[in-house]
Design a protein around this ligand. Structure first.
Ligand code: GAR
Length: 212
């Protein structure tokens, strides 16, 4: 059973989608903690309701980013995660954490990457005038929303969309994509080959995939 730690900064609907999938037995893992980077998040309330321990690493309470990252590193270390899930975590993770947990951090982003990385991806998509957008679950590397793609789900962009209506349509797909990616990771079915993430069949057995 993989130990999953989730990080969130706000509403926590993606956190809840993963937590619910775990409760329903759809993910072979358990969420050992939610880390939030500020006080008063709905994500923390939702975790408490699920009985999942909440750890506050309160960004405004630190004198700088490196002090914050040190505490975040300590908190993560104490939870010994097999997988870190960024579920609406709105900060850039420090490179030391990314290196320590290479290949074990995944993020959900509300666009079809590599289009529209960074903040306000839905607004960027509308501004650009694309007809299709969606969400991407990817492994985290040291760039911004630039790591190898695990899963993507597409939605149409409608003529009368505004950032809110497009965000809602994309969010619906995020709640499918993120639990699916976490499930694949927890079943050891993901391999990173360069920039490509290979998804192994569910009956794949390491070293026994040949014809004999
Ligand atoms: C989601 O749309 C997620 O994709 C986005 O923030 C929202 C969080 O919603 N994340 C990013 O933009 C990260 N770059 P939630 O708190 O309800 O899960």
């Amino acid at each position: 059973m993989k130990r999953i730690v989730m990080l969130a900064s706000g509403r926590g609907s993606n956190f809840l989608a993963v937590a619910s999938a775990i409760t329903r037995g759809m993910i072979h893992g358990r969420c050992v903690g939610l880390i939030v980077d500020r006080r008063g998040t709905l994500a923390a309330v939702r975790a408490e309701e699920c009985g999942i321990p909440v750890f506050l690493v309160d960004y405004p309470g630190f004198s700088g980013k490196s002090e914050y990252e040190e505490e975040l590193t300590r908190t993560l270390g104490s939870l010994a995660p097999d997988l870190i899930v960024l579920a609406g975590y709105m900060k850039i993770l420090g490179s030391a954490i990314i290196r320590d947990y290479a290949g074990r951090i995944i993020n959900i982003h509300p666009s079809l990457l590599p289009s529209f990385p960074g903040l306000d991806a839905q607004g960027q998509a509308l501004e650009y005038g694309v007809k299709i957008s969606g969400c991407t679950v990817h492994f985290v590397d040291e760039g911004t929303d630039s790591g190898p793609v695990i899963l993507q789900r597409a939605v149409p962009v409608l003529d009368d969309d505004d950032p809110k209506s497009l965000a809602e349509r994309i969010l619906h797909e995020e709640h499918i994509a993120l639990p699916a990616a976490v499930s694949l990771f927890c079943e050891d079915r993901l391999r990173i080959l360069g920039r490509t993430v290979i998804r192994l069949d569910s009956d794949f057995q390491e070293g026994r995939s040949g014809s004999t």
